[in-house]
Design a protein around this ligand. Sequence first.
Ligand SMILES: Cc1c2[nH]c(c1CCC(=O)O)Cc1[nH]c(c(CCC(=O)O)c1C)Cc1[nH]c(c(CCC(=O)O)c1C)Cc1[nH]c(c(C)c1CCC(=O)O)C2
Length: 355
Amino acid sequence: MSAPATTPSSHRRALPGSAFLTAVRGGTPMHLPVWFMRQAGRSLPEYRRARQGTAMLESCLTPDLACEITLQPVRRYGVDAAILFSDIVVPLKVAGVGVDIVAGTGPVIESPVRTAADVADLPHLDPAQAEPVAQAVRLLTAELGDTPLIGFAGAPFTLASYLVEGGPSRNHERTKALMHAEPATWHALLDHLAELTLGFLQVQVGAGVDAVQLFDSWAGALSERDYREFVLPHSTKVLAGLADAGLPRIHFGVGTGELLGAMGEAGADVVGVDWRVPLDAATRRAPGTVLQGNLDPAVLFAGPDVVDAEVRRIVAEGHAAPAHVFNLGHGVLPETDPDALHRVVELVHSLPVRA
Ligand SMILES: Cc1c2[nH]c(c1CCC(=O)O)Cc1[nH]c(c(CCC(=O)O)c1C)Cc1[nH]c(c(CCC(=O)O)c1C)Cc1[nH]c(c(C)c1CCC(=O)O)C2
């Protein structure tokens, strides 16, 4: 099934004043842009109220609700970008894979994918199945004014880990066993997921998102050698498939300090960095690439003085990169005080963009 043509850049909102879009293209914005991974989520009381009585995946597929939840952190914090309220397993769900999101656990797969026959049985994504997501994007681009909207998808490896393990995994042992023992099956699985991911991102691009982020959250579990052999070609295919759309692409993973160079080579315009590698070191590993990150989300629990000092350190280290988008090193933790995030936005906006 072929995906719809992506929105030509001339049809996308221009947003010339956007600090986020200026920085991701390597320019010098009016102020340092900031947004937070998982900004639309459980740390907000208004989110918990909006979600009451609606299951997570159902919320993602209810356009009005997904739109409202996406807007909440933009209203509250004044962040420089919105991220679509969705989840990395939404394209699997709409394509017909048995998957649910269990509160406190994460995605759980009804029938794990472990053999060549399982891979052959995986459904393809018909773009029409993702229509509720396209509808949410259209509502948002009408509501957001000058704030850009980031669309996203899970990268093939991270999706494969959930599918093969059947749920969240500490060691990814079944995933790595399949990768090494049955490389042909592995590559068929990742090829299938690359097509699904690209199709899902093309739906979002066609509906009008202003940038996309590819989340390879668990890629940090791999050695650079295995990443290059078993993952990089597939993530490259996804990012290359969006090149013609001409919109900024961000590539992020956790614990990927050793992979930053390789992840930069996959073809993204921006590489996300977790808190383990300072941004000045990260820019030496992924030269010429705009960086996004990298405040440790746990530091937000240490009190305003500690957070203030950490934000200043990160902004100063970020001056080594061609441009910097401030973010956390991973998603907002559920118990985070929203006021701590609000203070981060105000401080980042007050600090110099260049050294
Ligand atoms: C690995 C991954 C998933 N989902 C996602 C990733 C990649 C990013 C990362 O590494 O954090 C991506 C994601 N999931 C969600 C967003 C929304 C947009 C945002 O604000 O960033 C995004 C970008 C909503 C969500 N996705 C989920 C929630 C929590 C649902 C709830 O309110 O119970 C939200 C707001 C559920 C989810 N979905 C997933 C996990 C691990 C969980 C958490 C399980 C838990 O601890 O309850 C899979």
